[in-house]
Write a protein that binds this ligand. Sequence first.
Ligand SMILES: O=C([S-])c1cc(C(=O)S)c[n+]([C@@H]2O[C@H](COP(=O)(O)O)[C@@H](O)[C@H]2O)c1
Ligand code: NI
Length: 507
Amino acid sequence: MSSSADGTAGNAAGHGRTLWLDCQAGVAGDMLVAALIDAAEDSEAAERAVRAALAALPVEGFSLEVGRVPKAGISCLDFNVVLDEAHENHDHDMAYLHGHEHACEGGHGHIHGREGGCGHDHCDGHRHGGHHHHAGHAHDHAHGHAHDHAGDGAHDHAHRNLADILAIIEAAPLTPGAAAFARRAFGILAEAEAEAHGLPVEQVHFHEVGAVDSIADIVAVAVLVDLIGIERAIVPVLVEGRGTVRCQHGVMPVPVPATVGVCRAHGLPLAPCEVEGELVTPTGAALVAALNPEFVLPERYVVASVGLGAGKRAYERPSILRAMLIEPLSGPAAPSPRGHRGAEGEDTLAEPLPSSRPAPLSSETQPPTTVCKLECDLDDMTPEQMAYAAERLSEAGAREVHWVPVVAKKGRPAYELQVLCEPQEAVAIEAVVFRETSTLGIRRCIMDRTVLPRRLEVRHTAFGPISVKIAMLPDGTERATPEYEDCAAAARAAGVSLATVMGAALG
Ligand SMILES: O=C([S-])c1cc(C(=O)S)c[n+]([C@@H]2O[C@H](COP(=O)(O)O)[C@@H](O)[C@H]2O)c1
Ligand code: NI
């Protein structure tokens, strides 16, 4: 929306940006692309970057239209992937909403029978980029689908699997960050689809998402997240409609199974509203999950820029996704130093997003006075699985993860998993516990903490600057503790002992 002097999009200040996504009218892939282009510091440069990335994809058959449209009188940005007739998708069509059968007029139905898979019952009535087609189908049969086509024209409608999609990302000249984000989003979708259809992830054939426009949406968002430098995302709620929607599977309840799957697996909060129809699409939900969002806004923040992304569907609630780049000022969600956290699934999420979670309790200057403790006992997990679960929990925002040896029921040696997290993170952390451990239940309690006031000082030593945490004790005295990571790095660099550097920092 605004331009920086150097013409770069986004992150001209060179630091990670905080995104607040206001999903009061839901979220879909195209809405998110538009909102992020609009919110970038230099929207024109952001649009150019998206166009360049998508033009370089090894995928054919589409062009892009980006322009402003009014939504309830508010000027929004519209991002439209216009498909060639031969590459049309079926499901971004108004005619598919609300289960209206008239979409079949002049079109055709066809069943995709797949052993062990789902049957896709398509109903054609396509409208893309203002064109309305009733073409027949000449499907890409690369994945062994048995199709029963009633159409008679030419229509390429690829059903790609995760490996196909990952190969497209691999072949595209994306930055490592953008490629990692795209892989993460597709991995999240694949897991939800697999769950919905009862298939292993590798056997899932993306239907709608295999289509060109969905690939374009996801890659475009990946490019923009990387370009803008979004390190932290806050998405308090995904507002969803009600009723049913018609998609390739037929008439589905809203939220559709894949959206439910993504939201369940990643603890994304959904809230129903009065709108009849689908506001949150699986792709939209997966993109939000890939941002690994927090759910609580800072107590105070300033707005650096705003982007409004237009949805295609017309509902009584204007279809607008609002993306704000904000600067948190203080409060529980104020920025803090942090490590990395990934999202869901090692194989699909190669490089984690920089964490937006708070620092471990020990390195904070404004520690929380309440924490949530989650516990469960496990006697059937391997050490590898336990270590992996602990890693995933830390990446998901857990402040502490402990495996405590216990003797459990029936005299069995076992381990108690103890996880400390912020209360508002508990639902998301529990989702990771259920996914990565064999537990059937989790005990949960909110605990008060007594914390010493503390501050961080940087001390300049012969070995370089070292952060020192100073805690104030109840008797008024102070206790200084050099930050381990700083000391360890300085000790390694100088080839001296850790104790020498720590002594220098305290001296
Ligand atoms: O995997 C995808 S994309 C998908 C799964 C399901 C299931 O519930 S299973 C449903 N749909 C519907 O397709 C259209 C388009 O979705 P996009 O995420 O590609 O925008 C939409 O109506 C979905 O509900 C898609
Ligand atoms: Ni599906």
